[in-house]
Design a protein around this ligand. Structure first.
Ligand code: SF4
Ligand code: SF4
Ligand code: FES
Length: 256
């Protein structure tokens, strides 16, 4: 099989270019196997980041034929009808070398999400445990950040934290044991309004998290509540508990 891999070292003045390599394949080979075979036998200085080789650590993210994937869980057989496999680094992050990028920007964005604030009156039911489990499956591969056009094309890194961090904000905002009302920071600091719900982030998530439907849309609904004048009056007449806007399954009612 023929692979084209992006080679570039930003610490030199040399422009980047594709290296082209032929490799023998074996059944069930994944993209990462192919890259490591090339590194082992043809180009020992090829930079590639990986760790678990099991789809758990999120470190082997790259773009294969233009689509962001985890290289360790992507079978070569998916591309058997392609002329060549083209492997490039994630475009949304600064390049370190070859196909390795620096995700520091995502960690900086994570610090903009207001942290958990315990609510002594909160109650956590079975349905909420399940929702929290789903929202917390993220392995921080940042494929969703890579594909989001607000970051990838518009480069609004300061204005918009991106889908991974909106997911984190939603897991806290929807958490029954959290007391903080994040609607203002979600709008003003995290930039929720820049998301136009294209669902591209959900399409590439290797954990199958429904980022748009389960996190971003509920956050947008909470903001809509805030701009509704009747809701505003109701919020001020109600006891200072924040999280009764979402429907809860019967089994989740602490009074039952
Ligand atoms: S749904 Fe929103 S966050 Fe996800 S890729 Fe589209 S614009 Fe970005
Ligand atoms: S939400 Fe999904 S795509 Fe985004 S970083 Fe987490 S696991 Fe990766
Ligand atoms: S090496 Fe850990 S997810 Fe691919």
């Amino acid at each position: 099989m023929r692979l084209r891999i992006w080679r570039s070292d930003p610490t030199t003045d040399e422009p980047g270019s594709f290296g082209e390599y032929e490799i023998d394949t074996f059944p069930d080979m994944v993209v990462l196997d192919a890259v490591l075979a090339i590194q082992r036998s043809l180009v020992p200085d090829l930079a590639v980041r990986w760790n678990c080789k099991a789809g758990r650590c999120g470190s082997c993210s790259a773009e294969v034929n233009g689509r962001p994937v985890l290289m360790c869980t992507t079978p070569l057989s998916l591309y058997e009808n392609e002329e060549a496999l083209t492997i490039t680094p994630l475009r949304t992050f600064p390049l370190v070398k070859d196909i390795v990028t620096d995700p520091s920007r995502a960690y900086e964005a994570a610090r903009r999400v207001p942290p958990f604030q315990p609510d002594p009156n909160g109650a956590l039911g079975a349905a909420e445990v399940e929702r929290q489990r789903e929202l917390r499956k993220c392995i921080e591969c940042f494929l969703c950040q890579d594909v989001c056009h607000v970051l990838r094309d518009q480069k609004l890194y300061r204005q918009f934290v991106g889908p991974r961090h909106l997911l984190h904000a939603a897991s806290l905002e929807l958490h029954p044991l959290d007391a903080l009302d994040r609607r203002k920071p979600v709008q003003e600091t995290l930039g929720l309004g820049y998301c136009n719900v294209t669902r591209c982030c959900t399409d590439v998530c290797p954990e199958g998290i429904r980022i748009t439907d389960d996190a971003i849309i509920p956050l947008k609904e909470r903001l809509a509540d805030r701009s509704d004048p009747l809701r505003w009056v109701w919020d001020r007449l109600s006891p200072p508990r924040k999280r009764r806007a979402l429907p809860v399954l019967p089994s989740d009612d602490p009074d039952e």
